[in-house]
Design a protein. Structure first.
Length: 330
């Protein structure tokens, strides 16, 4: 767990890219910003594009058209990515008329055709969401981590997590009796888990940003900052450029600044640009509310009222219990 100083160094937030800038929030279309950025500049592109779901900030188009438009942006992203750079593309499932379209699978070839290499398909699992009634409820999204070449930064030690059994020892061989783990912790795996005690399983359980999360703004699909922090810490070094082309309310930019990287983002909606700038300024003044990376996920003890089965259900036949939970938020 890392402690942030109360006040951060105040950095000017610029509106256009310049090689000397430290923080850039471009208020407009990503394509216009891309034309300002030289080849081989950015160390990490981390983003969650619009999913073509018809949210406030997007117009729904056919899947073919959506992927075609994204492919044009992705080829420019590839151009500005450094040879030792990484791209983390975070998407979920697109659901149309009850049919599920896994966006990461649909995107994969676009990156592959550019010669990029997939290093991990990370499962980001969260505990809340819609309850489906005609399929299993969806509780994960994915991050495709691609590199531009075989030479890339991977700072594993910066993102190790506590081992479940740090006291394990070699039971045979020349190291018999010596600790078998790494004193810095274990590799967090490609299923992301923040805390070892979470469900005693190998999940990276980063809470989804919903209304009870300290970082929540009015944006409907905001990144938890700690999700991006993991990518920043593992895939970049201090002073490197981190770019979120679909920056929303600036979560990726905050994650970059928190670890002394340079932050660049474009966002076409004025309202989100304004919030992103406010959050950056709140960060500089030391007042940003955010979940510190590594904070354990809350687990019910079973004593909370909400953890207990309602008395009214005691005499209900099983069939009626199963009728519950039609498409409703938790
Ligand atoms: C899924 S959201 C990303 C939210 C972001 N990860 C955050 O933490 O706030 C996608 C964002 O991309 C923006 N967007 C969509 N098309 C864009 C474009 N062509 N140029 C710039 N921003 C765009 C949308 O307005 C939306 O805020």
């Amino acid at each position: 767990m890392q402690n942030l100083p109360l006040f951060q160094e105040l950095k000017p937030i610029q509106e256009n890219f310049s090689p000397d800038a430290e923080v850039v929030v471009y208020p407009g279309d990503v394509n216009a910003l891309l034309s300002q950025i030289p080849d081989n500049t950015i160390k990490l592109i981390v983003t969650s594009p619009s999913y073509n779901l018809g949210k406030d900030y997007e117009n729904r188009v056919s899947m073919e058209k959506y992927l075609e438009t994204q492919a044009q942006v992705i080829s420019q992203l590839h151009r500005i990515l450094r040879r030792d750079g990484s791209l983390c593309w975070q998407v979920g499932n697109f659901v149309d008329d009850g049919e599920v379209y896994p966006l990461d699978i649909l995107y994969y070839n676009t990156f592959k055709k550019l010669g990029m290499r997939l290093r991990n398909r990370i499962i980001w699992r969260f505990g809340h969401g819609l309850h489906a009634s005609k399929r299993f409820s969806g509780r994960y999204e994915t991050i495709l981590w691609f590199t531009k070449s075989d030479q890339y930064t991977f700072n594993l030690d910066s993102v190790r997590v506590p081992a479940k059994y740090p006291g394990k020892r070699h039971f045979k061989g020349p190291n018999k009796g010596k600790p078998s783990g790494n004193p810095l912790g274990k590799n967090p795996s490609d299923i992301w888990e923040i805390v070892a005690k979470d469900w005693e399983e190998e999940w990276w359980d980063i809470p989804n940003v919903k209304s009870n999360h300290p970082e929540k703004t009015c944006h409907p699909c905001q990144f938890p900052i700690e999700l991006v922090e993991r990518c920043v810490l593992a895939l970049t070094n201090e002073g490197d450029w981190v770019f979120d082309p679909y920056a929303g309310v600036g979560s990726s930019l905050l994650a970059a600044l928190m670890h002394n990287r340079r932050a660049l983002g474009s966002e076409k909606e004025g309202e989100y640009v304004k919030i992103a700038r406010e959050r950056l300024n709140t960060y500089f003044s030391g007042e940003l509310r955010h979940r510190i990376i590594g904070t354990p996920v809350f687990e019910p003890t079973g004593k909370e009222k909400v953890s207990q089965r309602p008395e009214e259900w005691d005499n209900l036949p099983q069939a009626r219990l199963l009728e519950k939970d039609e498409e409703a938020y938790e």
